[in-house]
Design a protein around this ligand. Structure first.
Ligand code: GLC
Length: 514
């Protein structure tokens, strides 16, 4: 939301900016957009601290701008998925204000997790939990009680045992469904409920760790609690009341594919992010294991898998895979393999340009993770998109715009404009791969057969439906060329052409008819 396109030149992306760029997205070949939170918010966690779930923050525009964006997207055949943040609100939410004013023991306070402290005078926090962003997960208020915030201290956790909270979120879902949204991305979907008695966490180190690591530590008594599933069953029913195949996808960083599958049982969420693909190291075996475990997990519950390499919380894949040409080649190859798999593929803005992680100067960093001492933070993957031109703001906003995070000079060669003119660019690769994928979609079976082509090589095949042609995908994670001449001419390549001897280079992937 903040980093895509800025129409009014205040340095922060907005709804009008998105509307103006919808033709670009349609041309890219996507089916849906997911917008990070645009609700009224003090922006301490860049919108994930919501003060009013039914209002658009003036930073991003108005409710009318949202409706116009949504209508324009729908006209182009693009669905709109919005982010819902049910684990916590902002401390600027009127409920939290009321909780502070009404005092201990009040029904207003019971909407959040307030507790008395431990030790003499209750001076110690109620337990040893740490914030995902670093530092303590408890903050003390004037009358001596403490409130829980698994994230920033201005993000108090709701108490989901309080039925009022569930009713409020049902009403929020309906508010946006009535406005025509197609689905929801559920923030911290494995949070919300906390284990009975809020027990201390054993073996907790003092550091925050990176978000993906902390969020996936499933032994913590605030993740993946069984009562969550009652909420998702209720939400399933709400979505089912609306026409048009509404959906919800959970951001559930759970420890195993099997745990993930519980969120997508037939009467719960439609999808859950499969972060195991994103977490896999550059290894054919690791990718194969994730594929195997994913299908073993979602198959029995009848859910379709999802695949993701990147989002606004993790290091950009180009950098994760080694940076430079190597990292870019690998990220394109991993993407091509991902796009060949049955299920839904999620792409993070800028991934289609091959943007690397940016080393944002320390004095420009804004992520609460950094500000709370929890590590370098996530700003490096959130630097505003380069669209055109040779200098910042690279078309992100009108000339003279100062993007909320500084763009590096190196973005000049990565702009949409520059890449559109180059048939070998990462953008051209994405456009071609997404077009091919769409053409092949209805012709391929959902089943997957793994092929053994030796160590270092991930290979699989999807059969064609009704005796039609299938698709084989080969990803070379090894150190040496891999001969693919037996597979015929490639349909798609992630990188350099296959050489005359029919060999696929290391760190490249290809599709073949099969
Ligand atoms: C999710 C979001 C992240 C946010 C956090 C707290 O992990 O993706 O950006 O900071 O939740 O809401």
């Amino acid at each position: 939301m903040r980093s895509f396109s800025d129409a009014d030149g205040d340095g922060v992306g907005d709804l009008l900016g998105i509307t103006a760029r919808l033709p670009y997205l349609a041309d890219l070949g996507i089916d849906a957009v997911w917008l990070t939170p645009f609700y009224l918010s003090p922006q301490v966690d860049h919108g994930y601290d919501v003060a009013d779930y039914r209002q658009v923050d003036p930073l991003f525009g108005t409710l009318e701008d949202f409706d116009a964006m949504s209508a324009a997207a729908h006209d182009l055949g693009i669905k709109v998925i919005i982010d819902i943040v049910p684990n916590h609100s902002s401390s600027a939410h009127e409920w939290f204000d009321a909780a502070l004013t009404a005092g201990r023991g009040s029904p207003e306070r019971a909407r959040y997790v307030f507790r008395d402290g431990r030790g003499e005078g209750g001076d110690e926090p109620p337990n040893n939990w740490r914030s995902v962003f670093g530092g303590a997960a408890w903050t003390r208020v004037e009358d001596g009680q403490w409130y829980l915030h698994l994230f920033e201290e201005s993000q108090p956790d709701f108490d989901w045992d309080n039925l009022e909270v569930g009713d409020e979120f049902e009403s929020i879902l309906r508010f946006w469904l009535d406005r025509g949204v197609d689905g929801f991305r559920i923030d911290v979907a494995h949070g919300m409920f906390k284990a009975e008695g809020l027990p201390d966490v054993g073996g907790l180190d003092a550091g925050g760790g990176t978000l993906d690591v902390v969020m996936a530590d499933w032994n913590r008594p605030y993740w993946d609690q069984p009562r969550l599933h009652e909420v998702y069953r209720r939400w399933h029913e709400v979505l089912a009341e609306y026409d048009g195949d509404k959906m919800a996808i959970g951001e559930a960083w759970v420890g195993s594919a099997a745990a993930m599958a519980r969120y997508v049982r037939a009467d719960e969420l439609q999808q859950v992010f499969n972060f195991h693909w994103l977490d896999a190291p550059w290894s054919a075996q690791a990718f194969a294991d994730v594929i195997g475990e994913t299908f073993a997990a979602v198959g029995p519950v009848g859910a379709s898998p999802t695949w993701v390499l990147s989002n606004h919380d993790v290091t950009r894949p180009v950098t994760r895979y080694g940076g430079g040409e190597l990292g870019l080649g690998r990220s394109r190859a991993a993407m091509l393999a991902m796009l060949a798999l049955p299920g839904s593929a999620y792409i993070y803005a800028g991934e289609e340009l091959g943007l690397p992680q940016v080393d944002v100067p320390a004095d420009a960093r804004q992520d609460p993770t950094w500000l709370r001492g929890g590590g370098v933070g996530r700003d490096g993957c959130r630097v505003p998109m380069p669209w055109s031109g040779h200098l910042p703001p690279f078309g992100f906003g009108p000339d003279g715009t100062h993007p909320w995070l500084p763009q590096p000079e190196g973005f000049a060669s990565l702009t949409v404009e520059a890449q559109s003119a180059d048939p070998a660019s990462t953008l051209a690769f994405f456009r071609a791969a997404l077009t091919r994928r769409r053409e092949l979609l209805s012709t391929l079976s959902q089943d997957l057969e793994m092929l053994d082509r030796g160590p270092g090589v991930l290979a699989f095949r999807r059969r064609g439906v009704a005796d039609g042609a299938g698709l084989a995908c080969v990803l070379n994670c090894g150190e040496t060329d891999h001969r693919v001449s037996d597979l015929g001419a490639p349909l798609m390549l992630s990188g350099p052409p296959i050489d005359a001897a029919g060999k696929l280079r290391p760190s490249a992937a290809a599709w073949f008819g099969a």
